[in-house]
Design a protein around this ligand. Structure first.
Ligand code: DAH
Length: 355
């Protein structure tokens, strides 16, 4: 009978469609197509009126069976797809607690801070105090009290950043009380603050930032770090200066680096000298890094000029002393053979992370 064949075909096709329906939406479409108001099964049942009395129960029974099979298959598939969707959601949301965590990047101290701290440790080990001083200074502390003559070129606006011009009309603004205000060009002014604040013996260092109107290039930075040192006591000689700074350079650069003392001039020390260490790249033979001299300059130093002592109220007949100034960026460059000081300030983590 044609209708029985139709019913079997409808059941078979529905079963096939249901078993491979990938989504709940597709399943719903099949339900509408088969058992919906205009569905294929409903269509067959509508034609039941055309059948003879004998055929009707037989076809009716089969139609009911087909309907219940299709509905059961739809229910089963619906449950299966819902369970799979839930599983997928759980899997997507799941947290694998056995995975190692992502470590936050741990910051380190900047190389310059490390070097400053290392120097502080070396000098604290020798009994020195660590002092602090102001970035914004007056001409008096930065120059005058350090014995710099009124016409010293370092006072010019080409070498110093001035903040406030306090000069009375027609007068140089360099005496205490009517000083110009500037960004300190050196930490040497802290020597004067130290001598004003305490009586000898003084053994101190002062690390800090200094400023100069220089264009940044491989060897210059407009802002850098100096470490100032000052010793004032009875009976201090050039031998003490040499012993102390030799000890420092060996501690900082290693025992195999040689030092040499070159006469120099600073307004606040007499005699004055600069200290060079042997080049770490060529070990004194001469190379590009040391401009073929075999030596690299690291610091300025000297015996404190009696004028400087007297200006700060220290009896220069009773006390003598020595002072020194070291550039931290320079120490970094010499220790790690850095070709360009700007590497220290551009914040390139690939470079900084090496230290
Ligand atoms: N202030 C000097 C400079 O900036 C460095 C210096 C040299 C400091 C000799 C000193 C010293 O205390 O005695 O070039």
């Amino acid at each position: 009978m044609a209708m029985i064949d139709d019913l079997r075909r409808i059941e078979e096709e529905a079963a096939k469609g249901i078993s491979c329906a990938p989504t709940l939406e597709e399943l719903e479409r099949i339900r509408v197509r088969v058992t919906g108001k205009k569905g294929s099964l409903t269509g067959v049942l509508r034609q039941m009126g055309q059948l003879s009395k004998d055929e009707r129960p037989q076809v009716g029974k089969l139609a009911n069976e087909v309907r219940s099979h299709v509905e059961a298959a739809l229910d089963a598939k619906r449950a299966e797809l819902a369970a799979a969707a839930l599983d997928a959601r759980i899997a997507a949301d799941s947290v694998d607690v056995t995975l190692p965590g992502r470590r936050p990047t741990v910051g380190t101290q900047h190389l310059i801070s490390q070097i400053v701290e290392e120097m502080e440790e070396i000098f604290c080990g020798l009994g020195y105090d660590v002092m602090d001083g102001p970035y914004v200074e007056t001409t008096y502390y930065n120059f005058t009290a350090l014995n710099a003559p009124e016409d010293h070129p370092s006072r010019s606006a080409r070498d110093t950043f001035y903040v406030v011009d306090n000069a009375p009309e027609g007068k140089e603004a360099c005496v205490q009380g009517e000083s110009d205000v500037l960004l300190r060009t050196q930490t040497s002014g802290v020597q004067v603050h130290a001598m004003e604040a305490q009586k000898p013996p003084i053994y101190m260092i002062c690390p800090g930032t200094v400023f100069r109107p220089d264009t940044a290039d491989a060897n210059h930075l407009p802002q850098f770090t100096q470490i100032e040192g000052l010793v004032i006591d009875e009976g201090i000689t050039f031998g003490d200066l040499k012993g102390t700074l030799d000890y420092f350079t060996k501690a900082m650069f290693g025992k195999d680096r040689a030092t040499r003392y070159r006469p120099h001039f600073f307004p606040f020390t007499e005699p004055s000298c600069e200290i060079d260490v042997s080049c770490g790249v060529c070990h004194g033979k001469g190379c590009r890094f040391c401009k073929n001299t075999g030596w690299l300059e690291i610091l300025g130093c000297g015996m404190v000029d009696p004028n400087v002592l007297e200006m700060s109220g220290i009896d220069s007949e009773r006390y003598t002393g020595f002072a020194f100034g070291i550039g931290a960026e320079r120490v970094a460059a010499l220790r790690y053979d850095l070709p360009d000081l700007r590497m220290l300030v551009t914040g390139d983590m690939r470079f900084l992370n090496q230290f």
